[in-house]
Ligand binder design. Structure first.
Ligand SMILES: Cc1cc2nc3c(=O)[nH]c(=O)nc-3n(C[C@H](O)[C@H](O)[C@H](O)COP(=O)(O)OP(=O)(O)OC[C@H]3O[C@@H](n4cnc5c(N)ncnc54)[C@H](O)[C@@H]3O)c2cc1C
Length: 491
């Protein structure tokens, strides 16, 4: 099959029997639920753009397994060019949707499983990698959407999996059968799983010898027996169900990725879908590989999202009549500067990648972690500037109904018009977008997605080669290897 169209993606979801709860109630079909529709519409764009000749270069790739043209979201990174194109794809999709388009966790999990199944076979002589390649061919052929499930509930944060009062706080194998294993547990914050075809389950942490039952990496159909999704809430999400007027924020797309708690209630996984099973030595590498690729992404997707936010803010300054003011223009420049800095670091981490033993390409870890660390700050800084430039109406503007009530509509219109070239509705629509896309949900995603800030600091320190830097300082300060024939003072 060729790359799916957006219509085929939506139709393929209808064929699945995904067990999902939204607002506490079980729903019949994810496609027909208004809370999930904006998220499906967002993913549909990832399929749609792959068919547009002007975006083919970044949205598609050649499978290194078959040579077929495939969606970049099912590709194994082969070289730096692939890594750079991924970041370009993320910026493009961020610009088109203004939000999270959900498929990056699955892509990076796919790459992490490819690399680590190879490592495990090299260390233990198994056939995980061959199994994984068969699975990958199927994914590329059917052009499926993958969600990545790594983050365990974790229980008491200072205790290891086996030390928890409840052993299910980390996903684990509860039964080993001749034909496969049975897993139990849950993963939190699962982006896009509710509207995916497949869930890639990875260990959530490095593990010790006695924690073999937790060392499980596998692929599970989203509608497999025993899998259920409990949909999360996002800032202002129910506004999309209230009406179709000015209050919707990001009207057609989601706010971040439609996250859910995904529960695995004794789910059977056949051998063909297991890519790590008890090999604790490879768990930390799998987590690390995934996180490193994933952290670089944020410089792409958040730059695309910021482009839209900067646009909404710049438009708001026109509506206010402040757009010609030099201080206002300087604040917009600062928003651009922060955004391009993040994009630049993500591109740099991709341009300086290196080969893994399996032959795929890893980004530069230091620069990937720097990218994500900067994101945990600059998304807030960019949002702060948007709030500054837009003004207090962001927090106080009246609701959509006020525009529809003839008794008060005239006042709402009259006193919310700023530059008379624009209506009050123009202003409120932009304001609601800024409010929606700089809310707690989007900020927290920037803070914790791909790991909390401390996780990046640990890697940055590890990668910093402080001993080498000390030698550099000593050489510069105490060195004697200087050019001859100049009047340099003797030290
Ligand atoms: C919008 C969104 C989407 C996401 N999508 C996905 C997804 O698709 N798939 C997926 O697998 N994950 C996903 N994540 C999860 C993300 O990777 C985690 O949020 C992140 O790793 C942090 O884990 P946590 O939320 O459990 O934070 P917590 O572990 O609760 O951390 C809270 C704070 O406690 C600190 N802390 C934690 N443990 C310790 C300790 N032992 N000692 C001292 N301090 C500690 C942390 O540094 C942090 O400051 C998503 C998250 C968000 C917000």
């Amino acid at each position: 099959m060729a790359i799916k169209t957006s219509k085929e993606y939506v139709e393929s979801l209808r064929e699945l029997q995904i067990k999902a709860y939204v607002g506490g109630s079980k729903i019949d079909c994810v496609v027909d639920h208004p809370a999930i529709a904006p998220h499906i519409n967002t993913v549909a764009k990832t399929y749609e753009l792959a068919h547009m000749p002007e975006h083919e270069e970044v949205m598609t790739a050649r499978s290194h397994l078959t040579g077929d043209k495939i969606h970049r979201y099912t590709h194994i990174f082969q070289n730096n060019e692939d890594l750079v194109k991924k970041i370009q794809m993320l910026r493009l999709l961020g610009q088109v949707t203004g939000t999270c388009f959900q498929r990056c966790v699955g892509l990076d999990a796919l790459n992490a499983m490819y690399a680590t199944s190879y490592d495990a076979d090299q260390a233990h002589g198994g056939n995980y990698h061959e199994r994984f390649i068969n699975y990958l061919k199927m994914i590329q052929e059917k052009d499926l959407m993958l969600a990545g499930a790594m983050t365990d509930p974790k229980g008491h944060r200072s205790r290891r999996p086996l030390e928890q009062e409840d052993p299910d706080q980390y996903v684990r194998v509860v039964e080993r059968r001749e034909d496969g294993v049975v897993i139990r547990g849950a993963k939190l914050h699962n982006t896009g799983g509710i509207n995916s075809h497949e869930i890639l389950v990875l260990p959530g942490t490095g593990l010790r010898d006695d924690e073999k039952d937790y060392a499980i990496a596998c692929a599970i159909p989203a509608d497999a027996e025993g899998v259920l999704f409990i949909f999360g809430r996002q800032s202002n999400d129910s506004r999309k169900m209230e009406g179709c007027g000015v209050d919707l924020g990001n009207p057609r797309f989601g706010v971040v990725g439609g996250e859910a708690l995904v529960v695995f209630e004794d789910v059977f996984v056949p051998h063909a879908r297991i890519f790590l099973n008890g090999e604790v030595e490879q768990c930390a590498t799998m987590v690390n590989n995934f996180a490193t690729w994933h952290r670089a992404n944020y410089g792409g997707c958040k730059a695309g999202n910021a482009d839209v936010l900067i646009g909404a803010t710049a438009k708001t300054t026109q509506i206010l009549g402040t757009d010609r003011n030099s201080v206002v223009r300087d604040k917009l420049t600062e928003m651009v500067h922060l955004t391009e800095t993040n994009y630049g670091t993500a591109i740099a981490s991709s341009a300086q990648g290196y080969k893994l033993p399996c032959g795929s390409q890893m980004v530069n870890p230091m620069l990937a972690n720097v990218t994500k660390q900067n994101i945990t700050r600059s998304v807030y800084s960019v949002g702060r500037l948007a709030h500054d430039l837009a003004g207090g109406y962001l927090a106080t503007m009246p609701s959509e109904e006020s525009f529809n009530n003839p008794e008060i509509a005239k006042y709402v219109e009259k006193y919310h018009v700023a530059n008379p070239e624009y209506t009050a509705e123009d202003r409120v629509k932009m304001g609601r977008y800024i409010e929606n896309m700089t809310s707690v949900t989007t900020m927290v995603e920037a803070m914790h997605g791909a790991g909390s800030p401390q996780a990046q600091r640990i890697v940055m320190l590890g990668q910093s080669e402080l001993a080498e830097k000390i030698k550099m300082a000593e050489e510069v300060i105490d060195g004697t290897n200087d050019a001859e024939g100049i009047a340099l003072r003797k030290l």
